[in-house]
Write a protein that binds this ligand. Sequence first.
Ligand SMILES: [Zn+2]
Length: 171
Amino acid sequence: MLVKLTEIEKGIYQTYRLGIDPHDIGDPSFSTKIESGNLIASIREVPEGYHLKYEMHAQIKAPCSTCGEDLEFEVDANGSLTLCLEQPNAHHIVLNADDLDVRFLKDETCDLLQLFDEQVELEMPLFPRHNDKECKGVLEYLEQQNNRDEEESDHSGSPFAVLSSFIEKKK
Ligand SMILES: [Zn+2]
């Protein structure tokens, strides 16, 4: 959804509501999918450009970084940022502490869907994974550990068995 910033009435926040259709985000090799979501954005003109407040919710499906199976989770975020027009002398803009999150726009349009996708990528975990009790990768690992422990405990080849036989011989 493209918002023409020049059409925003002076002095008031204009609010936009966006329902998000399913789509992929980020690097295709990570196959991260937004299944649904919504965004409420309020935009107002300020001396530096435009101030944008947002509230968003996304339902995400991404592969678990441990087992590779699909993992579903939610991302909720809210915040604000300042939209400035890109200018050759943009680095002269003085920012106050509230405006540290600044986006530079090429023209006076703001793509709310792009903003939504970027915020999801910022907010979602870098390595999404199941919790330990639900993750096949972790369960398989624990099972292997268990089997190994059992093998070692009833096997005379365990380090302790070797050590005790060594001590026996010394006597
Ligand atoms: Zn997993």
